[in-house]
Structure formats: C-alpha cells, structure tokens
Design a protein around this ligand. Structure first.
Ligand code: NAG
Ligand code: NAG
Ligand code: NAG
Length: 303
C-alpha cells in the first residue's frame, strides 16, 4: 500500500509541475511584427545608422520606458532620405527598468532577424514595442488596424461576466493618460499609446481602439485590438496585462512562432506521464488483487 501512495503522490507532483504554463517569460511574448518589403543594401550607411539606433534602444531602457531617436542626430548632421533612421521603443507603463530592458533586448534581437534589411520594422511584444523607419513617424497619428483577436464567446446566461467585461472596457475609456489599466475581479484590461503622440492624439487613438474592443470582443473572454499607435486589450485571470491571455498562443500570426510549441510539448509530456503513471498504478493494483486472490486460493487449497 505504501508503494501505491508514493506513486500517487509522484503523479500529482508531476501533474502540477507540467500543467503549469510557463509564465516566467509572459512579459516577453511576441505578438506580431511588420516589416517593409523594400530592403536596403548591406553595408550601406542606413545599416550603420540602424545598428546604432537599435543599440541605443537597449542602453536607454535603464533610464526611460519610452524614447525616440533620430540617427544621425545633432545640429551639424543633415538628415538625408534613405540614410537617416527614425526609431522608438516603449515599454508597458508598469514595467520596471530590468523587465523593460529584457523585453526591449528581446524585441531588438527578434526584429533584427525578422526584418533583416527592411527599411522599416515594427515589433510588438506583450509588454514592449520597438519600431524604426526611414521616414519620421513621430507625432503622426495612425489608427491603422494591425491586429485584432477575440477570445471565446461568453454565454448569454453569464450576465455577471458580461457586465464585468463591459466595466473593464469602460474603465479603460474613462481613464486619462497614455497608459491605462482597469480590472474587475479576475478580468484585467490595459491600454496604451506611444508617447510621441500629443495627449489629444493619444486620446483619439485609444478611444478608437477601446470602441473596437467593445464592439468586437465585448462578449468574449478576452481580446485585443492593436492599432498602429495604440492598443487596448483585456483578459480573464491573473494579474493585469502581465498575464498573457491563453489565446495568444494560437499560431496564426505572421512572422515568427511564439512559444506555443513549448506549451504543447509540455502538455504532451504531462499526458504521457499521466498515462504511464496510471498504467503503473493499475499494475500495482492488479498485483495487489492478484496477491490477495492467490492468498485466498492458497488458504482454500491448504485447508
Ligand atoms: C544623438 O544620439 C546619440 C546616440 O544615438 C545620443 O547619445 C545623443 O544624446 C543624441 N544627441 C541628441 C542631440 O539627441
Ligand atoms: C524608404 O523605405 C521604403 C519602404 O518602407 C522604400 O520603398 C523607399 O525606397 C525608402 N526610401 C529611400 C529614400 O530609401
Ligand atoms: C522625438 O519626437 C518628437 C516628436 O514627438 C520630436 O520633436 C523630437 O525631435 C524627437 N526626438 C528625436 C531625438 O528624434
């Protein structure tokens, strides 16, 4: 019996370990990337300037969550079309410098690979963005829809959940500023615009994103709307925004795979381990029954 108990305990432990979705890197999840099809030539001045821009991103995260750059800069430098690079990075409003730096480093590494030699690159992570172009986009409002997705539909019978979703989306709309959060129970929302926008441009962009989120995903268990200069999203469960909604794992984004593979490997492993453990338990159980039966038979025969 002792053996059976130990096996059962092992099974439970393993199940707990393997069922836990790897949440440690949740803040660094890749969402989407956009690269210009037009490419610059290798070893050009544009490449040199772009490299210098991308390295300034990472070193600046220590001081700020948002920064825009023009390379080359300075009064003596004239800006040339096709040579000058404009870029910015931004971290989610609640990120500490270490997490911001980690996220931006990862985004820079990925944008280098995904958008190699593209004149413009834009990469959105769960908690930061990096973007560069050969024309200045600073202070230019742009409400182009880059990505939208809604989670599973909430049943009409769950009025409580529907009300809370509505509350969270409304609270994002009513807050001021470039970074907004809202929450109700286990539902958490976050909205942010890039800080190159004026406050009225930011408000305008966020209103659009939030209205879209409400009309398209207002009856869903989570959703996101990413416009070119701002986004709004909400999810069920966990601490706000930091928690990646599970449907981020669906692989239908262009560019690069996210960590869905890791998760499905973990799930498969958990299932295999579960089945193996069940078989072991069954064998132990049958052996035990068999022993009892044999004992019974022995008792009978030797009477
Ligand atoms: C120019 O860029 C460099 C590095 O990219 C930076 O250290 C410097 O502060 C910038 N100067 C101005 C005037 O923005
Ligand atoms: C700027 O980039 C675009 C693609 O985003 C490209 O078509 C254009 O040729 C570039 N302009 C110059 C002057 O290099
Ligand atoms: C940053 O963006 C603002 C406009 O939002 C612009 O006036 C400023 O020159 C930019 N700074 C750099 C270093 O490019």
């Amino acid at each position: 019996m002792f053996k059976t108990k130990t096996t059962l305990l092992c099974f439970l432990l393993v199940a707990v370990i393997f069922m836990d979705p790897s949440s440690s890197t949740a803040t660094d999840n890749y969402i989407y990337a956009i690269c210009s099809p037009a490419k610059f030539s290798p070893a050009s001045s544009y490449e040199t300037n772009l490299n210098s821009l991308l390295s300034s991103f990472v070193s600046s995260t220590v001081l700020r969550r948002y920064e825009n750059f023009t390379v080359p800069n300075g009064s003596g430098m004239k800006q040339e079309r096709g040579v000058t690079v404009y870029g910015l990075f931004q971290c989610r409003g609640d990120l500490d410098p270490t997490s911001c730096s980690t996220c931006v480093s990862s985004a820079v590494a990925q944008v280098r690979t995904l958008c190699s030699y593209s004149y413009s690159g834009y990469l959105q992570m769960d908690s930061c963005i990096v973007r560069y172009d050969n024309v200045s986009f600073f202070g230019v409002e742009d409400k182009t829809l880059n990505l939208k997705k809604c989670g599973q539909v909430i049943g009409f019978d769950d009025q409580y959940a529907l009300t809370r979703v509505n509350d969270v989306i409304s609270s994002l709309g009513s807050g001021g500023g470039a970074y907004r959060t809202g929450g109700n129970g286990d539902i958490q929302g976050v909205a942010q615009c890039t800080e190159d926008l004026s406050s009225s441009q930011c408000q305008d962009c966020l209103s659009d994103a939030i209205e879209r989120l409400r009309s398209d995903c207002g009856m869903a268990q989570g959703g996101y709307v990413y416009l070119s200069k701002c986004y709004a999203r909400f999810s069920f469960g966990g601490s706000h925004a930091r928690q990646t909604p599970p449907y981020y794992s669906t692989p239908n984004f262009e560019g690069k795979k996210d960590n869905k593979d890791d998760k499905s490997v973990q799930k498969t492993l958990a299932i295999i381990i579960g089945i193996v453990t069940l078989i072991i338990l069954l064998v132990v159980f049958l052996a035990f029954i068999g022993k009892q039966c044999r004992k019974l038979q022995d008792d009978k025969c030797c009477k």
